[in-house]
Design a protein around this ligand. Structure first.
Ligand SMILES: [Zn+2]
Length: 191
């Protein structure tokens, strides 16, 4: 699947919006990605994640993990393509944690996934959860990289598409300087 095909799916499903947005990272941007609108279509989710999983066919991945909620379907569908377990970490008092009886064995080979990576903060937290549980993080992956290639996750990182739209700190945001106020339609669902 090409980058253009992936972006086209986001556009076609109304998941790529234009305006003035406050992202979950705290940054402002003219573009807003709501991956849930793409992933609500199971056949599309399966296709996208199979393409993502293609990067890791020879990586002997044993478990795929994502931070909830945004990454859960990406974890599930990527794991389906790789024929391995899918788990997720979720926030308890703000801290990502393994719950529901999910475990990672000592030395297990883990792929960390997300729908969209902007600063990589949640992904890095998930990597830490895996490492503290004794797992080995082989790589990270997301459907969309909107970090402009700047997210330093400390592990190899693959995405299906890089969205080349600038993000701004609030004080440097030209949309704010022009007198606009950003909207934040979801909380952490907003990437
Ligand atoms: Zn702004």
């Amino acid at each position: 699947m090409t980058s253009d095909q992936v972006l086209d799916i986001y556009k076609r499903t109304g998941a790529l919006l234009t305006g003035h947005f406050l992202l979950s990272s705290g940054l402002h941007s003219e573009k807003y990605l709501q991956s849930a609108l793409v992933l609500q279509q199971p056949d599309i989710a399966t296709q996208l994640c199979a393409a993502l999983a293609g990067h890791f066919k020879d990586s002997r991945i044993e478990v795929v993990i994502a931070p909830a909620l945004g990454g859960v379907f990406v974890s599930h569908e990527t794991a389906r393509a790789l024929g391995v377990r899918a788990i997720f970490a979720e926030r308890v008092n703000g801290e990502l944690t393994l719950r529901r009886g999910f475990t990672i064995k000592q030395g297990e080979r883990v792929l960390v996934v997300e729908d969209v990576i902007t600063t990589g903060k949640s992904t890095k937290e998930t990597i830490k959860v895996v490492q503290q549980a004794g797992g080995e993080v082989i790589a990270a992956a997301s459907l969309v990289d909107r970090s402009g290639g700047t997210a330093d996750l400390g592990v190899p990182y693959k995405s299906l598409v890089t969205l080349d739209v600038p993000t701004y700190a609030a004080e440097a945001c030209p949309l704010c300087k022009a007198g606009g106020a950003p909207i934040k339609p979801g909380s952490r669902g907003l990437k």
